[in-house]
Each structure stands twice: as C-alpha cells, then as structure tokens.
Write a protein that binds this ligand. Structure first.
Ligand code: GLN
Ligand code: ZN
Length: 750
C-alpha cells in the first residue's frame, strides 16, 4: 500500500520561511530568498522520504499563498501592476500586501478565509483585461528541482473549478472565453509537466465539498471533460474538508486516475464510497486527521479500511498538513503528554506505521491500543455542575438593545460618529523583547510592569491628544489574543514551536485544549484598570470570546465542541463581571473567528454550530448592567448571510473588517434592519500603506450613504499590532481628520 499527503507545511521547522520573506521585504535580496525556499523544499522532500512516505507532493510550497501562486502562474495580475515594471517576485508580493512606492501605488488584494480553517488566501481578481495563459514557471521549476535531487514528486495545483469559485470575477468578463482559456492553460500545464517527466498531478478541488447546485456540478464536469481528454499524465482529484455528495457520481465517472476523499470531516464519504467506487481508480483515503494534533487510534482506522478492503487504496491524511505544526519532537511538554500528539511529521510517521501494521506488524498496533486504553485526563465535576445549573437568564441581558442604547447615550454623550480602535497598538521590537525578557526571567516583575505601564500611559495620552472617543490600553502585555487568555486558564496547553501559517508570513501557535477549563484568577483587570485611571475618557476592556478561543485552538476529540465552548464562556464571563466591578464601562469581546468554523454546508450551520456558538457568546456578557456597553469585533465582513445570528449576539456595538472588501454588507445590514451600532473598518491594517485624509473622508461618506449616522462608529479594520508606530499614528490621525471633516460637513448641512 502506498502512502501520501496532500501537502506539507512550508513555514519551516523554525519558521525559516517567515523570517526569509520578512527579510526580503527589507533587503530585497531575491537570491537569498530563493535559496531559503530551495533549502526548505529540499529538506521537506527528504524528510517525507526518510519517514517512509511513498508518494511525495511538490509545489505545495509557497512564498506567501497557493492561490496567489496559481494566479501568477495563470498571468492573473491586474493591469496597474503589470505595467509597473516590478520583478515577478515584487508584483507577487505587491498583490499580497499592497505597494506604495514612486513607481506604483496599489492596494493589497483582499484576503479570505480558506474554507473552515484559520488560513487566509489572497483573492485573485479576474477582469475584462485579464488574459489567462500559463505564464509562470514555479510548478515546473519545483518539480525539476526535486527531480534533480533524486526525488520524484507529484506536483500539486489548485484546480480550475475551485480557483474560479474563489476568485473575484468582474461582471464584464466573457465567461465562455474565461472557461476556454482556463482549460487551455491547465492543459498546457499538464502537457509541460508530462514532458518534464511527471507521471502524476494533484489538482485540489476543495470547492467540491461545498453545497453545490446541479449547474455547479455540470460546470465542474464540463471543465474536466475538456481537461482530462487525452491527459498526458495521471490526474489525482484531491478534495478535503468534507464530503462531495453532490458531485460524487460525476467525479467517479470522469477519467481521473485517483480520487482523494476526506474520511474525517466528510460525514458521508464512507457511505458514498460504499455505494460504489471504480476498481480501476486509486482511492486516496484521507483517514488521518490532517487538521488536529491528536494521535490516531489505529484500531478505528483499521476497521474503516477493512470496510473498503476491495478497493485500491493509497493511505493519506484528510487534508494538507499545512494546518498543523511541524513536529512534536521540538516541544518541551512532558513525554507523558506528548505521546498523545501528532503534528505534521508525526502524521507521516503514523501513515508509515499504519502501512506497516497492515503488512502484519502487530507490535505497533498493540502499543497504540495501550495508549488509548487509559484515562487521559480527569473531568472537573464543579464545572460540570455549574454548566448544568445555567438557566435562560444566563443567556439574556435584562434590558433590550433600544433601552440600553438610550441609557448608554445619556451616559457617554459621544459626538456623532464616535471613534475608536480595535485594541492593539504596534508590537514593536522593543515591546516583544521586553515581554521575552520577562518570560525568560531576565527582568523582574517590577521592571516589566513599569515598562508596560509606560507604554500604556504614552498611548493613552496620544489617543487623548488626537481626540479618539473611546480609548484602548494597547494590549502590550499580550503576545496573542488567544494565547494570552489560554495561558491564564486551566486546562489548556501551549507549544513552544507549534506554529501554523495563518496568512503570508504570519503564523499562529494554536493552544491545545487538553482538559476541562476553568478561570483561576482575573486575567485583564490590572492593566485595564490602570489604563482607565489615566484618563477621563472611557477605556474599553478587551477580551477574546469563547468561540474564537475554541476556533483558534486544537479542540478535544473526547468531548464535543459545545461542551468545551460553554466551559470557555463561563470562564470569560467571570472576567467580564470582574472588569465591570472594577469600573470598566465598556467591554469588547472579540469574536474574530466566529465565522471560521461555520460548517461549509449551509444546511449544517444551525444545528452543528450556530445553535451553540451564539448562546455561548451571550452567556459571556448577559449578566452585565444596562449601562455597560458591550462591543464585539470580527475580522471579516462576510456575514450578510448570518445577519440575524449576529444580531442575536445582542451586543451594543460591533466592528468589522471592511476596507479591503467593498461596502455591500452595509446595504445588506440596512435591508435586514440590523439595529446594532456598527463600526465598519475604514482602513486596512494588513497593509503598511497609509490612507490619505481624502480617501478616508470618501470612505466615511460612502458609509453614511448607506447607514444612518447615529448607527455608525469609525475605527480601523482590526488591531494595529502588526503595524509600525509611525504608520499607525499617521493613519489614525488621518482617520480623525476625516471624521472631523465629515462631522463639520454635516453640521454645515452639506
Ligand atoms: N483586540 C484585538 C487586537 O486589536 C483584536 C484582534 C483580532 O480581531 N484579530 O489585536
Ligand atoms: Zn480583527
């Protein structure tokens, strides 16, 4: 039996890629960057080979993002950039991050969440001027590079169906021509790869796991009938993150040579396969969870495989290992704990072990059985009881939104278009270094506290100076919005090197929910209270919501998500009440990742997710006083399809990302009579670009064309921790100048 994976993480064991790319942004030494890429690819291929993987992918590497790679491969580069005379590498990064030089001033392309993961891809733009053809060479270069190192690989490419569905296609694009040019380009790629000696290609079509109409499936069929006609090499259709119930029949009848299916998240995958799978094709069975860090219970997997023993199976993981950290081996956790974990490297080892067990190695199987026979952790009875005693009142604020609005208006007396920020201010090198020193014990508590206090005072003063209405303390004491809380709660474990790519050069270290959760002591009260003491303006308390903590962690598999999120909600609720008791009048509970785990199929949204996610959020804030203003923040604007659920969170103010996307959500909010005050982000914090006052004035005016002024707050898209101090200050100063202009304009009756 062969073994493979749909893809391997590319960040590097020690995040070499991140540092190399970020260095390139400063020194522009392309050769150095290319060399790091080459070294990483080589290392990863060898590692897969050495750990017994029999089929190895290539082109799963990327300097930034695989959708962006595919766009560049297909010549999908907007006009202003194409004529800017930048190198290929620089226009690539300009698409990702925006670019502001004397040669070119372009905004970054929007980023979107990659299916139900915390990875974000760059959304390609196809307009009437786009001429699609295969103009890039990365996929060929990397295939040859591996070949030259003596490793035969299977190049990986995002398939045309998924690529088109995830792209922004302008309405004046000729659809027939678009389809023709896509098929033509992919055919060309297949031919060129075959000519170079490749025998397989993997086309990723994850959009097949979405809810598809018959027309969608017909479109898929049309593409692949044309593409697979006389295909010069074998084609593996790879799907992940669910099952492909709508297209399964179509897929098995198309001339694919291999079909990759997800047996972990695909609830119907097994039933589909049992309804018939062609004997002449390979089934790439994604039986190991490619997204979670727990060791596999081999016996269960063997039983699953047994039920398909008449098929030609290649053992695989449920999805690319991009969403896992590199290796457990680099962790300092106790061996006792570590033996329950399997990161990317260990998943590969597990595949090899399963292969060996299937070939008769009983010792490995027994060892694995022993691991799963004991109790991993003890349940917390107190917590269980608390959860059982919750009543409806725990989920319901005492006053309605309308009443609260009046009370709060009278209390705070803000001008029209109140201004605020989302929470964090720049995490400068100095801030990070000081936190690091404190963590390592090279500076004492007092020195550290003095440093944080100084930052808070400086930034509070500056916020007052520029005239913001609601201030924040800046989150200097926090490394990460989830880690900071997770470290202070019991039941959550942290890795030291468990980085997972979130977007571009940004990685996150998701915590591992290990056992029942409890808050041990106040987590944010000290600094929030300190910040509030520096000013007469309101300072927003800043918390991360339970759904986001859950969604950005590796969840338990021994209890359900619902139970875990309620445990988290109770813990955060205690913090909310403590902040309120300490005199904090506004509390923002970030649910940056609420949408993230929305099931890919709409029919599952409520019963599998929203029916517990929204109540969990309400559980956190429902006990506060009428006058306490609850804010929330979301890192995206695509919630036109869950407006009633967002409204049901019952907050007083919600801010969200919107500068990179357009403002269509606002029309939708008005149409659906959304009452909650909203702060659509007026500038993009992912880009170093400083927005001009004119630009911001236009953005605000556009917002006010869509929503009544007394419903609108003005703020950036998200926290500013990744930005530099100068650009942050200038951007916010511009924001306030724009607000003043608009306020004065409306006062003059314009
Ligand atoms: N309060 C957080 C910050 O400003 C929110 C971050 C986020 O939504 N991702 O950093
Ligand atoms: Zn955000």
């Amino acid at each position: 039996m062969q073994t493979t994976i749909p893809g391997f993480p590319r960040l590097g064991e020690h995040r070499e890629l991140k540092f190399a790319v970020e260095t390139y942004f400063k020194d522009h030494d392309a050769q150095k960057l290319q060399q790091t890429g080459k070294d990483l690819r080589e290392k990863h291929w060898r590692l897969l080979q050495d750990n017994g993987l029999t089929e190895i992918p290539s082109n799963d590497f990327s300097f930034y993002d695989q959708m962006l790679d595919t766009a560049c491969l297909l010549n999908i580069i907007p006009q202003p950039l194409r004529s800017a005379g930048l190198s290929d590498l620089d226009s690539y990064f300009a698409l990702a991050r925006g670019s502001q030089t004397d040669k070119v001033d372009v905004k970054a392309r929007p980023m979107k969440k990659w299916f139900n993961t915390n990875y974000h891809y760059i959304v390609p733009l196809i307009d009437a001027e786009t001429t699609i053809h295969c103009s890039g060479t990365k996929i060929f270069d990397e295939y040859l590079e591996a070949k030259n190192s003596g490793i035969e690989t299977r190049p990986v490419l995002i398939g045309p169906f998924t690529f088109l569905r995830l792209s922004e296609i302008q309405s004046d694009v000729d659809q027939t021509k678009l389809l023709e040019s896509m098929v033509e380009s992919y055919r060309h790629i297949l031919q060129k790869l075959a000519a170079l000696g490749a025998t397989w290609i993997q086309v990723d079509e994850a959009c097949l796991v979405q809810e598809l109409s018959q027309a969608d499936v017909a479109f898929f069929k049309k593409i692949y009938q044309a593409l697979l006609k006389d295909a010069p090499l074998k084609v593996l259709l790879q799907t992940y993150f669910g099952d492909i119930r709508e297209s399964y029949q179509t897929v098995i009848n198309l001339p694919f040579d291999g079909i990759g299916l997800d047996f972990v998240e695909g609830k119907q995958t097994l039933a589909l396969v049992q309804s018939g799978f062609p004997k002449d094709k390979l089934l790439y069975a994604g039986v190991l969870n490619g997204k979670n860090i727990w060791r596999n219970a081999y016996q269960q997997t063997l039983t699953l495989l047994e039920s398909m023993n008449d098929l030609n199976i290649v053992l695989s993981t449920s999805c690319s290992l991009l969403h896992l950290p590199y290796t457990v081996a680099n962790e300092t956790l106790a061996e006792e704990t570590k033996r329950y974990f399997s990161f990317a490297v260990e998943k590969v080892i597990e595949l090899t072990q399963l292969r060996s067990i299937l070939a008769g190695n009983t010792e490995l199987l027994e060892k694995n059985k022993a691991l799963f026979s004991g109790n991993r952790c003890q349940p917390n009875q107190v917590m269980k009881e608390k959860l059982q005693q919750l009543t409806e009142n725990d989920f319901q604020r005492s006053a309605t939104y309308e009443t609260r609005k009046k009370t709060q208006h009278a209390l705070f007396g803000f001008p029209q278009l109140p201004t605020t920020t989302i929470g964090s201010f720049p995490q400068t090198k100095e801030v990070k270094q000081t936190r690091g020193k404190y963590r390592r014990g090279t500076i004492d508590q007092q020195t550290y506290d003095q440093y944080i206090a100084k930052q808070i005072i400086e930034w509070i003063n500056w916020q007052e100076d520029i005239g913001l209405d609601v201030l924040v303390h800046g989150e200097f004491e926090r490394n990460d919005m989830v880690e900071y809380f997770g470290q202070q709660l019991s039941g959550i474990l942290f890795t030291t090197n468990g980085w997972v790519q979130s977007y571009g050069t940004r990685g996150v270290k998701p915590p591992i929910i290990w056992e029942d959760i409890e808050r041990l002591q106040p987590m944010t009260v000290k600094w929030t209270r300190f910040a509030q003491a520096q000013t007469s303006k309101p300072v927003k308390g800043m918390l991360t919501g339970p759904v986001t903590i859950l969604n950005w962690s590796f969840p338990r598999e021994d209890i359900g998500l619902r139970e875990t999120v309620y445990q988290l909600a109770l813990a955060i609720r205690q913090e909310v009440l403590d902040l309120e008791a300490a005199g904090i009048q506004m509390i923002q509970i970030d649910e940056a990742a609420l949408r993230e785990k929305l099931p890919l199929r709409r029919s599952d949204w409520h019963k599998e997710y929203l029916d517990w996610a929204i109540p969990a959020f309400r559980l956190v804030h429902s006990q506060v006083k009428e006058a306490t203003q609850i804010h929330t923040h979301m890192c995206y604007s695509e919630f036109s399809d869950i407006v009633p659920e967002i409204a049901a969170m019952d907050v007083d103010v919600i801010s969200f990302e919107s500068a990179r996307s357009n403002l269509t959500l606002l029309d939708e909010l008005r149409r659906q009579q959304f009452q909650t005050a909203v702060g659509p982000g007026v500038f993009d914090i992912h880009s170093p670009r400083i927005p001009t006052v004119d630009e911001l004035t236009t953005t605000i005016t556009n917002i006010l064309d869509k929503l009544p002024a007394d419903q609108v707050w003005i703020n950036p898209d998200c926290g500013l921790k990744t930005r530099g101090v100068i650009e942050t200050k200038e951007s916010l100063e511009h924001m306030l100048q724009a607000v003043h202009r608009v306020r004065e304009g409306s006062a003059n009756g314009e």
